[in-house]
Design a protein around this ligand. Sequence first.
Ligand code: TRP
Length: 460
Amino acid sequence: MLPSFSSPVRSKWSSQFAFILVSAGAAIGLGNIWKFPYILGSRGGGTFLVLHLVFITLIALPVLLAELLMGRRGHQNIVTSIQLLSSETNASPRWQGIGWLCSITLILILSFYSVVAGWALAYLTYSWHGDLTGLSPLAIENVWQGFLANPVAMLFWHSIFILMVMGVVAKGIHQGIEKASKILIPVLFMILIMLLGYATGTGHFLEGIQYLFDIQLEKITPQTIVAAMGHAFFTLSIGAGSLLVYSSYSSKSFSLGEVAVSVVLMDFLASTLTAVSIFPILFSHGLKPETGPGLTFEILPIAFSTMEGGAFLGGLFFLLSVCAAWTSAISLAEPLVALLSERYKVKRIKATLFIGFLAWLLGILSILSFNLWKSFKIFGKWTLFVSISDFSSNILLPIGGLLIAIFTGWILHRRITREELAFQNESTYKAWRFLIRWVSPLGILIILLYPVYLFIRGYF
Ligand code: TRP
């Protein structure tokens, strides 16, 4: 039986601007503050930036538009939306499987994301207590290693973060998500501007800018290309239905094109502002951004510990990370809560408790993989944290994106996509359709198959 189109009390965002803010909240997260600077640092600065821009425009933006149009047309949780769209277009109901796949991706990402957000919460309190002030680089390293070795501390902060997310999601669309984003996103940009102000005074600001725009063609390696494509998905929150569900709360009068472009620009702004603020601070302490995932927790605190006002500035930086992570984690949880509450008629509060508990439980696997289960490695190679985060971000997300691209580009009637996107200009629609049918799927296939190729090559 098909569920009916209209559910009586479905909330809506209060305006297009509110929809842009919540979507920017979903997009701007640890991907911008934690991942972007270290990927950029380890993958050749400006070279990565250019690739990032190319993939955002050619691959990610079309899929982002596809999610927005599916959500608004389906006007339901992710599974039911795709079910309704399939029936409207006389396609097999099996396509709703995309919704289930996305749900698995969401819960996996939420589980490890909350653990990392917990680190930021812990470092926020350490910074503001002055616990990191005046320490030698070695002592900072010890704080970090000690923290990772302590499952109880990690569990504590992971639990607090999950509670913060549940607190907002339980309150629903208006009182919860929209209200939180209206506070957190402006705070986030204000902090970014303050950090930028500080960075310009370090005397190394130009060096930071130069690093960002230093383009060296020989640095374009297959690994950098794959990393840039994968990151384009993660940073824009696409491939798992977060924005599809947010869009299901939008009005017919909103322009999806305007929303998509605004979200991409805000996300890009957040990433580049973070990088141009952090790099000069690192350079002024003789530190390098090429160190990988430990950049924000191991290296940056070294700079904060010795500089004047470092406790405050460090606190500000971790506050930025927490604000960003919070709205993103909300967008990971909301589609799952909507699924339970709409499809299975579970009350929102109960659905939120259940999803929060599940993510909390799964998160424990990630936590233990840094200490008690450190030596347990899947295929003798990847810890549980690395397995869960890489599998969900590098495999499940692109598969989700690929299926979404195929569904909107090849299965949905052209009439439906044209009506929903409602571009003023037919050539914009044609460009989108070309990208979603050919460029995005092929690009995604490359991201997906490259690791397989490496694996096979390494194997034989
Ligand atoms: N985009 C967020 C970040 O950059 C993370 C995120 C939120 C996400 N919702 C998502 C990633 C859905 C993939 C899919 O931190």
